[in-house]
Design a protein around this ligand. Structure first.
Ligand code: RP5
Length: 155
C-alpha cells in the first residue's frame, strides 16, 4: 500500500488471503515518498517469483503502474477512496494505463481489495488443486450464507 493510511482498505484483503492460505507479505511503499524502495521491492518480487502484487493507493495513484513497469509480476491495482475526490482520482489513475504495461484494476475501496485477493487466489488456483478446493469452499460458504438468511425465500 502507498501509505499506512491505506491499511483500513487493505485489511479485508489480508483476511481473505489468510482464509485461503495464500502466503503473503505486507509493505508500505510510496511511489513518490520512497521511490528507490519501490524499485528494489519490484526486483524482490521477481526474484521470489511472486504470483501477484496487490497494490493499493489513493489520489494520483501511480504505485501500481510503477510496480508493473519495474517488473513482470502481475499487478492488481486497488484504488483507495481519497478524501478529495472519493477515489475517482485513484480509480482513473490506476485504470488508465497506456498500452504496454498492464495493471488489473479493481473497485474503489475495501470491496476492490477483497476481490483483488480473491483474484490472486484464482490465479494461483489455475496450477494449484488445493487452492482450487479452498476457493470452491469459500464460494460455497458464501452461497450458504445467502440461503441461511431468514429473509431469503426458497421457491
Ligand atoms: C497515496 O496518497 C497513498 O496511497 C494514500 O492513499 C494517499 C494519502 O497518503 P497519506 O498522506 O495519508 O500518507 O500515496
Amino acid at each position: 500500500m502507498g501509505s499506512r493510511s491505506d491499511f483500513d482498505t487493505v485489511s479485508g484483503a489480508l483476511t481473505v488471503l489468510k482464509q485461503l492460505k495464500v502466503a503473503y507479505e505486507v509493505r508500505v511503499l510510496s511511489a513518490h515518498r520512497t521511490p528507490q524502495l519501490l524499485s528494489s521491492y519490484a526486483a524482490r518480487a521477481e526474484q521470489l517469483n511472486f504470483s501477484a502484487i496487490i497494490a493499493a493507493a489513493g489520489g494520483a495513484a501511480h504505485l501500481p503502474g510503477m510496480l508493473a513497469a519495474y517488473g513482470r509480476v502481475p499487478v492488481l491495482g486497488v484504488p483507495v477512496q481519497s478524501r478529495a475526490l472519493s477515489g475517482q482520482d485513484s480509480l482513473l489513475s490506476i485504470v488508465q494505463m497506456p498500452a504496454g504495461i498492464p495493471v488489473a484494476t479493481f473497485a474503489i475501496g475495501p470491496a476492490g481489495a477483497r476481490n483483488a485477493a480473491l483474484f490472486a487466489a484464482a490465479m494461483i488456483a489455475t496450477t494449484d488443486a488445493a487452492m482450487r478446493e479452498r476457493l470452491d469452499a469459500f464460494r460455497a460458504a458464501q452461497t450458504q450464507a445467502v440461503l441461511d438468511d431468514p429473509y431469503f425465500e426458497d421457491e
